[in-house]
Design a binder for this molecule. Structure first.
Ligand code: FES
Ligand SMILES: [Fe+2]
Length: 390
């Protein structure tokens, strides 16, 4: 159900007014339940959401769920070998079919009254129904599913949306070298942050805070290079609505990867780097919920999900080449060290900001030269809020 455009437009006007003046957004943007409902409906329901990596769905019956607001979707590998995405809500009396997570199933049997669905979401049968009941008339509602570089995304919109390939198109060349499709998930951490989801995105957009807060990341990450005025002009590529941004990530001289000592954390380089391609690191964002940072030896993918107006879940997965073996080619603690420490530092900052913006004394201040990406974020956010009802 799409809500009235009125509150969404009111908030987008407030955002544009502040951002055009180069100041942050006012506290109501982080505190309003009315706005939060609009964001779930107008932004997250219409966005491509990261479900996982294709390697998690490598044979018929493997499935995983994607949660967003009140919605839950099952993504499954069907008997025909294709991917299907459909609602995780029984067509009988609405029970959730499977618990959130991943698994292997021959079919999906509702725990309540045992209506049984095939791996493509069609209803196979239902016990003790009247003679004229037609299972074919009760499939689970489908969602769009698309694979980009081995990463599986779903879209819960019930009206047409841009294809993911189109949306991320300009980033394809930059990312091709890493062969993300040829990786697998080595480790996943799900974080819960006591902060509004936009505070978490703002934080991820800027490195104004990096020098003072990220000692591990700064061992290899060249924050000075990121902040040079020319960087945005020469490296950063963005879609016209700023929803997609991608760029090379500047490393300090001599560093090969975002690790504590700058050497590879995995001995099995990704993609073309195994054949001697000169090392580089790169990142791509799809606002509001997905980011990928790729190094020559590993990558991280991040999925953001609002849990409540003041709570956000971030799921980060570390990817290594599919044939890399734990203990031989990489050590998990070393692999995850830099990003896990950086994440924990960031979440503490986000929670601190959330506490602050709750105060009536908070009046947003001017943004620095290093926070242009925060402005980009809010421009794309306002555009999403303003999108026509579809
Ligand atoms: S609610 Fe699923 S079978 Fe009744
Ligand atoms: Fe940070």
């Amino acid at each position: 159900m799409t809500t009235s455009t009125e509150p969404a437009l009111r908030y987008s006007r407030i955002v544009r007014d502040h951002i055009d003046r180069g100041v942050g957004v006012p506290r109501e943007l982080y505190l309003s339940d009315e706005l939060y409902a609009e964001e779930l409906d107008r932004i997250f329901r219409r966005s491509w959401l990261l479900a996982g990596h294709e390697s998690q769905l490598d044979r018929p019956g493997r499935y995983l769920t994607v949660e967003s607001g009140d919605e839950s979707v099952i993504v499954a590998r069907t008997s025909a070998g294709t991917l299907a995405a459909f609602s995780n809500v029984c067509r009988h009396r609405g029970a959730r079919l499977v618990d959130a997570g991943c698994g292997l199933a021959r079919r999906f049997v509702c725990p309540y009254h045992q209506w049984t669905y095939r791996l493509d979401g069609s209803l196979q049968g239902a016990p003790r129904m009247p003679d004229d009941f037609d299972p074919a008339g009760h499939p689970l509602p489908t969602a769009r599913v698309e694979v980009w570089n081995g990463l599986v995304f779903v879209n819960l919109s019930d009206t047409p949306v841009e294809s993911l390939a189109e949306l991320l198109g300009t980033g394809a060349d930059l990312m091709r070298t890493f062969d993300i499709a040829g990786t697998r998930i080595a480790h996943t951490i799900t974080y819960e942050i006591a902060a509004n989801w936009k505070i978490v995105w703002e934080n991820a957009q800027e490195c104004y805070h990096c020098n003072a807060n990220h000692p591990e990341l700064l061992k290899t990450f060249d924050v000075g290079g990121l902040n040079q005025d020319t960087y945005r002009e020469t490296e950063l590529v963005a879609s016209s609505d700023r929803r997609v941004q991608h760029a090379r990530f500047p490393l300090r001289p001599g560093a090969l990867s975002l690790t504590l000592d700058g050497t590879y954390a995995s001995r099995k380089p990704l993609g073309d780097f195994a054949d001697g391609h000169p090392p580089y690191t790169a990142a791509i964002h799809l606002k509001p919920s997905f980011a990928l940072v790729a190094c020559p030896d590993y990558a991280v993918v991040l999925a953001e999900r609002p849990l409540a107006i003041d709570r956000t879940e971030i799921r980060m997965s570390w990817l290594v080449r599919a044939d890399a073996e734990e203990g031989t080619d990489y050590d998990t603690d070393t692999l995850i060290k830099v990003w896990n420490e950086t994440n924990l530092q960031d979440w503490a900052l986000c929670e601190r900001a959330q506490l602050g913006v709750r105060s009536r004394t908070y009046v947003p201040g001017p943004l620095s030269n290093d926070e242009q990406s925060v402005i980009d974020f809010y421009r794309s956010y306002a555009t999403l809020l303003e999108a026509e009802d579809r």
